[in-house]
Every structure is written in structure tokens, then in C-alpha cells.
Design a protein around this ligand. Structure first.
Ligand code: DOR
Length: 441
């Protein structure tokens, strides 16, 4: 397949520049890049005014398979990823059974062959995610695990985490840490503060996260292992990570679109779609996360896509599971709430959602260059549309963003030259059906 993307603004995360260039894709590669390119035999796709980013990677999502296929499957989750503009997803291991052994990793990889976006599985750090005994880390690595994590829960024992970090070094695997002191968070339903008092819901203090962030940073420093802090949500965590980076600790960190765009005010609706772990925090926390993103303390934006069924979410607040279905709203949330107000540039979006995730996970470089693999995400900054949950490809319809009018939608997802999603819409058409998946039934 040969096609010519005409008039796009090509974003380079390494050289930190944006240039209007035509881009010729032939097979799975970028064949040429120049202004005013002619290629008579190629299909022409007009993308003028759109940003063309290296293919985005979501370095934190939950695809639920095996075990919870009513919430999501690898097929539906990767379809959601393609609709959301992602060209690769890192799947957490809190499945049933958990991905704590070779056969589950191999199963996920096999199922992913039918998915439309590459899936990079994370192996559990400990057996059964119980935080007691190390998984067979060498086996997980050989089977194709790209990172280690007990995400969904923390590792309570510092001693166990120390050994995970030490073993991870042998394979240069990054350890992704879900930071939560489960004694401090026990029974908590939302952020501890004014709103939890007002609503009469038990709070989770910021310290529940920060105590573990501090501990994990110290253990990373002690062992020299690579640590990545998942879903950072508090100002104190940002400060601790910033200081650790200044000391040279090998730490990276991510924040989610929901923690960057919502505060605990949203919980006042009692909408269970605002129930998430870590919880939505205060305005000061959101401001600190945004500053951390801007100054490089937070390296990545990751969705923590956590689909749940309607039945599970349509219950009393205290009974609902935590999580937000995030793959299909991440890009326009980032564009509308971070790029439009000038907090992030398009170059920084490419860094936080493509370049850095690839670097942290150890995937090939995410950059658009002649001869390189054609992994692309095209974003139309003029396209303004509401979030329509019914159009989600994800089985998880649990989003607090339903009906939000957002600008800056992904309009094309290209994976190794293959167009996995293309929106046939013009900025003027308000009823655009975002994310028509190509080549999938
Ligand atoms: O809200 C969340 N949901 N946070 C997590 O850490 C896990 C996730 C899930 O698996 O549902």
C-alpha cells in the first residue's frame, strides 16, 4: 500500500521541531518526506492543518484478558486503542489468572495477534500479585514481558520490592510501581480533603501515595534499578520525584489524563465513573502535576484505561470498582486541556505519549524519519466534538467525560504502514463519526 499524506505538520520529538512536509508511506516504511512531494501512483490523503506525530504508545492500560472478558478483550481493547490514536499498548498483568508466569504472557501475545494494535505485556513482579514471593522474572522476560509490575495493588514489603528491583537489573526491565500504602488507604473511596468531609465518604490521604513514592525512590537509589512511578496523583509525589531526579535516581513517572483534567470536585456528582485509584485529587495537586509535566518531572501521559461493565459501575459509590475507560478520550483531553491553554506544545505531546513511553519500555525509537517504520498518529486540532460513549469500541463505557466537547481528535492511526483508523470528517462537520476502523470487522 502506497499513500501520500499531504500538508501535515510533522512533529519531531527529538529535534523538538514541527515542519510542514508531505509524507509518502510505502509498505510499512516512510519512503519520503519533503515539501510538495509528488507520487502519481499513490493515494493522496489530505491532512493539512493536522499534526502528524510518531505513533502514540499507551504505557499503562488494562485489557482484562484473560479472565474478565465482559469488561474488555484484547480485541476490543486494541480497537479502542486504534480509535484513540494509539499504535501500541502496554497491558498490565492484573488479569485472571495474573500474568505472573510464562504461559499467561504467551497467551496474551497469541491473542494479540488478532488485535489491531501491538500489545506489550507486563509481567507481575510477584506471584499472584500477592507481594510475597518473586515471580520467575527471567522466564517472564524470555516470554516477552516488557516490564514488571503488580499494578492494581502495591508491594507492601520493602524487602520484597528490593529483591524485585535487584532482579530487574539483570534484564534491564523497568519496574512500574503502583504506589499505595494500603493501611493508609484502607476503606477509602475518594481523596481525603474538604470534599470527602462534605460528602461523608471516607478519604484516601495524599500520604498513602507519597509514603510509597519516597520508599520506592530510596530503594531504586539503593539498588540502581530502573523505577517508573505509575499514575502520579499528588503534589508531594511530584516534589519527591523531582528531587530524586536531581540526585540522579533512575526514575521516570507518568500521569493520567483524568488526574490532569479533573479534581475531586467531580465526585460531588456521586458518579461512580469518577471513582478511580488513585483518586481524583485537589486543584493544587492538579496544578503540580501539570507543572511536573511541563518541567520534565513527569515523563509520560498514560491512560490507566480500566474498563468495567455497566452493571458493576451502576451501584452505590462505595460498592463500585475503581477505574476509567480512557483509551478513546486521552488525545482530545490532552489537546483541549493541556495544548490549547499552552501548558504543553505538540512536541511535548509527542515526547510524553510516544518518545518517552517507547524509551522507558525499551521499544524501538518513536520518531518519523525516511526509511523508518511508518507508525503515525494524525491529530486534527480543529475538530471539535462531544465524547459519545456509545461510539466507544471499548466494552468499558465507564467515563466521567461523556458529553464533554473536546477539540483535537485523532483522525488517523497508522501501524507499520497499515491504516488502522481513519476518520472521514472535515473540521466543519459536527456529526463526524470519529475513528472509523479500517480492515476490522
Ligand atoms: O482505578 C484503577 N483501576 N486503578 C488501578 O490501579 C487498577 C485499575 C483496574 O485494574 O481496574
Amino acid at each position: 500500500m502506497t499513500y501520500l499524506l499531504k500538508g501535515g505538520l510533522i512533529v519531531d520529538p527529538l529535534e523538538e521541531k514541527v515542519e510542514q512536509l508531505d509524507l509518502l508511506v510505502a509498505g510499512d516504511r516512510v519512503a519520503a518526506m519533503a515539501p510538495g512531494l509528488q507520487a502519481p501512483e499513490a493515494e493522496v490523503i489530505l491532512v493539512d492543518g493536522c499534526y502528524v506525530l510518531p505513533g502514540l504508545i499507551d504505557m499503562h492500560c488494562h485489557l482484562r484478558e484473560p479472565g474478565d472478558e465482559l469488561k474488555e478483550t484484547i480485541l476490543t481493547g486494541t480497537r479502542a486503542a486504534a480509535r484513540g490514536g494509539f499504535t501500541g499498548v502496554v497491558a498490565m498483568g492484573n488479569t485472571r489468572p495474573p500474568a505472573d508466569n510464562r504461559s499467561v504472557i504467551e497467551f496474551i501475545k497469541r491473542q494479540a495477534e488478532a488485535g489491531i494494535v501491538p500489545v506489550y505485556p507486563v509481567g507481575c513482579a510477584t506471584k499472584g500479585r500477592r507481594g510475597e514471593e518473586l515471580s520467575e522474572i527471567g522466564d517472564l522476560f524470555e516470554a516477552g514481558a516488557v516490564a514488571l509490575s503488580d499494578d492494581g495493588s502495591s508491594i507492601a514489603s520493602g524487602e520484597v520490592l528490593r529483591h524485585v528491583l535487584e532482579y530487574s537489573r539483570m534484564f534491564d526491565l523497568v519496574v512500574i510501581s503502583h504506589c499505595e500504602d494500603q493501611d493508609l488507604s484502607a476503606g477509602g473511596l475518594m481523596h481525603e480533603g474538604f470534599n470527602s468531609t462534605l460528602l461523608g465518604l471516607r478519604g484516601i490521604p495524599a500520604a498513602a501515595e507519597e509514603v510509597h513514592v519516597a520508599r520506592d525512590l530510596i530503594l531504586s537509589e539503593m539498588t540502581g534499578a530502573r523505577l517508573h512511578i505509575a499514575h502520579v496523583s499528588t503534589a508531594g509525589s511530584v516534589r519527591l520525584i523531582r528531587e530524586a531526579k536531581q540526585r540522579g535516581v533512575r526514575v521516570t513517572a507518568e500521569a493520567t489524563p483524568h488526574h490532569l483534567c479533573l479534581t475531586d470536585e467531580a465526585v460531588r456528582s456521586y458518579d461512580t465513573n469518577t471513582k478511580v485509584n488513585p483518586p481524583l485529587r485537589s486543584g493544587q495537586d492538579v496544578a503540580a502535576l501539570r507543572e511536573g509535566l511541563r518541567d520534565g518531572t513527569i515523563d509520560a501521559i498514560a491512560t490507566d484505561h480500566a474498563p468495567h461493565t455497566r452493571e458493576e459501575k451502576e451501584v452505590e459509590f462505595n460498592l463500585a470498582p475503581c477505574g476509567i475507560s480512557g483509551l478513546e478520550t486521552a488525545v482530545p483531553l490532552v489537546w483541549e486541556h493541556l495544548v490549547e491553554p499552552g501548558i504543553l506544545t505538540p512536541v511535548q505531546v509527542a515526547q510524553k505519549m510516544a518518545w518517552n513511553p517507547a524509551r522507558i519500555i525499551g521499544l524501538p525509537e518513536r520518531r518519523i524519519g525516511v526509511g523508518g517504520a511508518a507508525n503515525l498518529t494524525v491529530i486534527d486540532p480543529r475538530l471539535k466534538l462531544p465524547v459519545i460513549v456509545e461510539q466507544f469500541a471499548s466494552l468499558g463505557k465507564n467515563t466521567p467525560f461523556a458529553g464533554w466537547e473536546l477539540r483535537g481528535w485523532p483522525v488517523m492511526t497508522v501501524i507499520s504502514g497499515r491504516i488502522a483508523m481513519q476518520t472521514r470528517a472535515t473540521p466543519a462537520s459536527s456529526d463526524a463519526s470519529i475513528g472509523t476502523l479500517r480492515g476490522v470487522s
